[in-house]
Ligand binder design. Structure first.
Ligand SMILES: Cc1cc2nc3c(=O)[nH]c(=O)nc-3n(C[C@H](O)[C@H](O)[C@H](O)COP(=O)(O)OP(=O)(O)OC[C@H]3O[C@@H](n4cnc5c(N)ncnc54)[C@H](O)[C@@H]3O)c2cc1C
Length: 349
């Protein structure tokens, strides 16, 4: 960014090309992995989320710092690719700490059943690599040590806005770009700078970045466009086995927002459709229902192949459909969608 509607780009040959936009510039620079300032960690050449997804070899032992979505997906993927030992070190008291507590408990049980070690309440105090090609030793506050041939740091990402010259647009580099409903940078006069996706810090997920792109493109073309997606309705899927699929608020978030809610749940495997996913399907389906408006404000499904079920809950929450109306949205037999019937029955319908 070199000024109003002006951008400088370095070409592959190293030349600087100056571009100026007649209408708008869109920032879509994404996010960068955060390496926590733990003594020795940076020098231990950790894998970040880019390195892990482009790894050419499977290490014999892998340490994973962080039990969020990226950490658990990669931990299971590498175990199944042939890693002998995978240890997940998570500071909170459960995996997927931002989701319903039962999701982390179920995932932990599934991980332990396939030989992945999960250490919760783990505060890493230092890390060191033993020699240039040696293993990495991670030390915890309780003096336990874990050794891996590689260590993946999956401890979050931050908007990638540090080295873009945002100061030339009057913005603070290194921070999320605050946007208005049309995805225009709220603090830049003239409405020429737009920001979409992870660099806004709003909801770092591909589908939300794509939604932003549709809104911003329409706004730039002069159409009526507004980002009215409530950030309380963002769908999230953790692609582990079992999958963890959630949209809207957890029960704790709903109560913290002052809602009076009832939580209903049912075993995912109890409907006939679950047999299409195999026998002995485990998992839980849960709704958080706002008792005042009789609408769903949160839904969580765990089990195999449930990501496709999630959109039904997104539509119900986004549309503010009452449970009394949902009772007449009849799911097909035999599909996993019949969990909706069990859940609504559990609410008293
Ligand atoms: C391991 C992993 C798994 C994930 N899985 C999922 C998932 O299953 N579902 C999901 O919804 N989300 C997932 N995400 C999140 C998802 O990747 C991001 O939310 C999404 O890519 C954000 O899109 P974006 O366009 O904002 O940024 P990005 O996709 O990061 O694209 C930004 C691009 O801008 C380029 N760029 C940055 N700075 C400059 C510059 N100065 N000049 C030129 N180019 C620049 C970057 O090189 C990059 O190509 C995952 C993330 C990780 C790390």
């Amino acid at each position: 960014m070199s000024g109003e509607r002006a951008v400088e780009v370095e070409t592959a040959e190293g030349a600087i090309r100056r571009l100026s936009a007649t209408r708008a510039v869109v920032l879509a620079t994404g996010s960068s992995p955060v390496i926590p300032p733990i003594p020795g960690l940076g020098g231990a050449r950790p894998w970040d989320n880019r390195a892990v997804t482009s790894a050419k070899e499977v290490p014999r032992r892998l340490l994973v710092l962080g039990g969020g979505a990226v950490g658990v997906e990669m931990a299971q993927a590498f175990k199944r690719l042939g890693c002998e030992e995978v240890v997940v070190l998570e500071g909170a008291d459960r995996l997927l700490a931002h989701e319903e507590p039962f999701t982390g408990q179920e995932l932990r049980a599934a991980f332990e059943a396939e030989g992945i070690t999960v250490v919760t309440g783990a505060r890493m105090t230092s890390a060191r690599r033993l020699g240039p090609d040696g293993p990495v030793v991670a030390s915890l506050a309780d003096r336990r040590e874990f050794t891996g041939d590689e260590i993946l740091v999956a401890a979050g990402r931050r908007p990638a806005t540090a080295d873009l010259g945002l100061q030339h647009a009057g913005l603070d580099p290194g921070h999320p770009v605050r946007v208005d409903q049309a995805l225009r940078a709220a603090d830049v006069p003239g409405g020429w700078l737009y920001a979409i996706g992870d660099c806004t810090g709003l909801a770092p997920l591909t589908h939300m970045g794509k939604y932003h792109a549709r809104i911003a493109a329409a706004a730039i073309l002069g159409r009526e466009a507004a980002d009215v997606a409530s950030y309380a309705v963002v769908p999230r899927v953790t692609f582990t086995d079992p999958q963890v699929c959630a949209v809207g608020r957890t029960a704790a978030q709903a109560r913290a927002d002052g809602l009076h809610v009832t939580v209903v749940s049912t075993p995912t495997g109890e409907v006939a459709g679950a047999y299409t996913q195999g026998t002995g399907v485990r998992g839980t389906s849960q709704l958080v229902i706002d008792d005042q408006h009789r609408t769903v404000v949160g839904a969580t499904f765990t089990g195999p192949g449930l990501a496709e079920l999630l959109h039904s809950a997104t539509v119900a929450i986004c549309g503010g459909v009452t449970v009394d109306r949902l009772w007449h949205a009849v799911p097909s037999f035999p599909t996993v969608s019949e969990v909706w019937l069990h859940l609504l029955e559990a609410y008293g319908l």
